[in-house]
Write a protein that binds this ligand. Structure first.
Ligand code: HEM
Length: 177
């Protein structure tokens, strides 16, 4: 997917392919159906991320959408799912989220248009005060969001990579609007 806008993200290549035996046990990835704020903490603290970094990372849900034939959930989080922005934070804070009336898994839709969605796991970020203060910060200040996202995402990309000495930092290309 070509993404419009967003921060420049420095990163270093070097992650190597693993073997089947390197696979962690099931259940270590975050679960969209889990509404507990403890759940993202269980997943991300063990990788060395704090609450601010976790919120910065989840803001990537400004991009893309859920698919019924993949996760079973349905719909985008924002009206501009191919442009990187702080819209995820603005939408989650300012809209009223109600249960989606359907046969699929429990998820939320925005009451006004019925076109946007939030996962039970997303809503945890406005229920918990330690997370919510960062949602509010990033909804107000897109520049700070871009800076913090770039740092947290670089950390995620480079986590545990056995770099060869002298590996150079690269930059993702940014397509301007
Ligand atoms: C609590 C943590 C997280 C949960 C529970 C979660 C859950 C999900 C779910 C259920 C989907 C829908 C998949 C589908 O149906 O196609 C999704 C999509 C997506 N997630 Fe997350 N996610 C989390 C963290 C992250 C992070 C850390 C990033 C990146 C930094 C991220 C980026 C994305 C993107 C870009 C999509 C859209 C993919 C597409 O359009 O095909 N998510 N996520």
């Amino acid at each position: 997917m070509y993404v419009q806008g967003g921060p420049v993200i420095p990163w270093k290549p070097g992650r190597v392919d693993g073997q089947p035996t390197d696979c962690p046990p099931d259940g270590r990835l975050p679960d969209g159906a889990n509404p507990s704020p403890q759940h993202p903490r269980d997943v991300f603290y063990r990788m060395g991320f704090n609450d601010q970094e976790i919120v910065a990372l989840i803001g990537a849900h400004t991009l893309g959408r859920c698919h019924t034939d993949r996760s079973g959930f349905d719909g985008p989080w924002t009206f501009s799912p191919t442009a990187f922005s702080n819209s995820y934070f603005v939408e989650i804070l300012n809209r009223k989220w109600v249960d989606k009336n359907w046969k699929g898994p429990k998820q939320f839709v925005d009451k006004e248009t019925g076109q946007l969605m939030m996962l039970p796991a997303d809503v945890a970020f406005i229920k918990d005060s330690g997370f919510k203060k960062w949602v509010e910060t990033y909804a107000k200040d897109e520049k700070k969001y871009f800076e913090d996202f770039a740092k947290a995402y670089q950390k995620l990309l480079e986590l545990g990579v056995p770099y060869k000495e002298g590996t150079q930092e690269l930059r993702f290309k940014v397509v301007s609007a």
